[in-house]
Design a protein around this ligand. Sequence first.
Ligand code: GCU
Length: 446
Amino acid sequence: MNNYLFFVFLFVPILVGAQQRTPEQDSLIAQTVRKSKADHAYMLHQLSIKELRPGRSGNPNGINPANYEESEANPFPNLPDLLTLKSGEKVSTPKQWITLRRPEIEYLFNEEIYGITPKNLPAVNWVLLKSNPEKLGNYDVNVLTYSGQVANDTYPSISVTIDLTITLPALQAQPVPIVMEFAFVFPPGFNPPPSNEISWKEQVIAKGWGAAVIIPTSYQADNGAGLTEGIIGLINQGKRRSPSDWGTLKAWGWGASKALDLMETIPQINAEKVAIMGHSRFGKAAAVTMAYDSRFAIAYIASSGEGGLKLHRRDFGEIVENIAGPGLYHWMSGSFLNYAGPKGWDDLPIDAHSLISLIAPRPFFIGVGANGDNWTDPKGMFMAAAAAEPVYQLLGKIGIGTSAFPAVEELIDLGEIGFRLHPKGHVTGPNWPYFIEFMSKKLDLE
Ligand code: GCU
């Protein structure tokens, strides 16, 4: 049930009407909201914060509506310098970057934004549940269904499993690259609107690659109520988080890293060419995964917005205060809430360009929509990428290679950061072919 709770909560009311939820679903949602609010309040108490500033409304006629005026979007235009050490010394060599500045930035993300990943995380035992020959469109494939059983001998009352499927071409001459998606789980009986696009999996298989799907909510629920369960709850032995503990985005990334550990043991897979992909909240998770696990070769980070690749200092669409509220704060560390309370956005010693600098010099693709995706602040993500250019250059690469925001459908692939505004809304479909092409080129798969 928890797997699709957030989906039921967020989307089903919009798509099929609240009246179609069952009373059981309604009461589960109410309970989750109540528990999340209590956990959020406890976190504020730990931080000695009395009140947070409110988030913006997505409704233009609502109270405190989001800003969509570019002329007012940059109250804090100066970003923290990526190439200056805390000591004030300038970073001018790749070695200084790798040994001194990069660790400083990673430390700040742990402390201020995403939380500290616990040491001694439990082992995962990957059990192959099924290996089935199937057809995907016209292609013969093998679908491997895994369950990652997380060792819980330290706290047996919480059990955690990671759901993962890997679809491989039935016939392959050599180990294949993989695209792994953080996937949403739809509630039973719900069918996403029909589309005439070829599924991303089929596009990936058509290239002769493999497609993996990991279910983040199988090992960490997408709400504050679930923080005392899942992998975060297991480590905390069922207790609530302290302000420096990791949030859900990092926990989701941990699962992806465990899946990559498994892939390294599968002879049909080339684990040096694995992409991580996610959309929206899972776009944020894909960005975090890519930043923290340098084994991922490439990423498709779609509509990640605030908490992902959007500059926190931008006032456009969703803002820091939205993520700090009781519905979404679980994604981040408790300490992040300070920036919607006593501190301001410009007190952050890092910003989204710093997250991109942790990805450098590896390639990745930013996808977003031009019509109905402004909540994610497409330009704020582009600006973050442009501001990370000095780090890509220090490491001998071109990053995004331009500071001119592109027109709709104008592909940017000048360097290691691809960018494309597709003509639709909060969806990934239109950019999939462009990402696949980009991956082909960047990982020499042509
Ligand atoms: C909400 C939230 C966003 C998030 C999105 C999603 O709109 O405000 O930050 O990206 O949900 O995951 O679809």
